[in-house]
Design a binder for this molecule. Structure first.
Ligand code: ADP
Ligand code: 5GP
Length: 215
């Protein structure tokens, strides 16, 4: 596998999109896996950039024809990772970032194992998560409560996984970034990307070249 596959997960409202926007500004050669979703676009979201906004029928078709690497339901909508761009990025040796909820992480873990890097973003507290989700103003009261309930469930599920050593190895993340202060969290996330890129196992070609030049 040439490029690095970064899987970013964390409860809705924790700040994943905000951190990702900064990452893409910092690393122009980091690519984003644009998911398909049946959720309607939020104000400012663009087709093919933030998501591929599809009908439930089209989503069902994508699933049926094996066009998705993984998929999950989230508050009444379906979300999935189109397989082709991920496979293409891997073939081209490009670095790719995939943003998924907890079920998606488990599915990607089964598929890519330790070939991918799994990063969990957590809020400093549940109260702060609530504040951010309501502050974003993108959901009505009902949707907001459902997202918070889901966040609570995701956090509980993660806790359960980490309490079980075997499952931790099967489904765990490699890194935890607490998004308290945005700048600090961003610097930490950036460090993960830089350190991963510097990893020797992923640069065997570079090592070969250096050694052949040496003599
Ligand atoms: P996600 O993509 O994980 O659902 P967003 O990136 O949309 O989350 O962030 C949710 C809200 O929280 C947004 O209004 C965003 O501006 C705000 N936010 C993100 N990170 C922080 C932070 N470190 N401190 C305070 N507010 C933040
Ligand atoms: P939102 O509606 O806030 O954009 O996303 C809701 C949740 O769906 C987030 O936790 C996000 O990480 C997750 N999500 C987005 N795209 C995908 C995807 O392709 N697959 C999975 N499993 N989850 C996704």
């Amino acid at each position: 596998m040439g490029g690095n596959l970064f899987v970013l997960a964390g409860p809705s409202g924790v700040g994943k999109t905000t951190l990702e926007k900064r990452l893409f500004a910092e690393f122009p050669d980091l690519h984003y896996s644009v998911s398909a979703t049946t959720r309607p676009p939020r104000r400012g979201e663009r087709e093919g950039v933030d998501y591929f906004f599809v009908s439930p029928e089209r989503f069902g078709e994508m699933r049926g024809q094996g066009e998705l690497l993984e998929w999950a339901q989230f508050y009444g909508n379906s979300y999935g990772t189109p397989a082709r761009p991920v496979e293409q990025a891997i073939r081209d040796g490009k670095d790719l970032l995939i943003d998924v909820e907890v079920e998606g992480v488990a599915q990607l873990r089964r598929r890519f194992g330790r070939e991918a890097i799994y990063i969990l973003i957590m809020p400093p507290s549940f109260a702060e998560l609530k504040e951010r989700l309501s502050g974003r103003g993108s959901e009505d009261q009902e949707a907001l409560s459902a997202r918070l309930e889901r966040a609570r469930m995701e956090i509980d599920r993660l806790k359960g996984l980490y309490e079980d050593h075997n499952k931790e190895r099967a489904l765990g993340h490699d890194y935890l970034v607490v998004n308290d202060d945005l700048e600090r969290a961003f610097q930490e996330l950036k460090a993960v990307i830089v350190a991963t890129r510097a990893g020797l196992a992923r640069q065997i070609g570079v090592l070969d070249r250096l050694l052949s030049q040496a003599g």
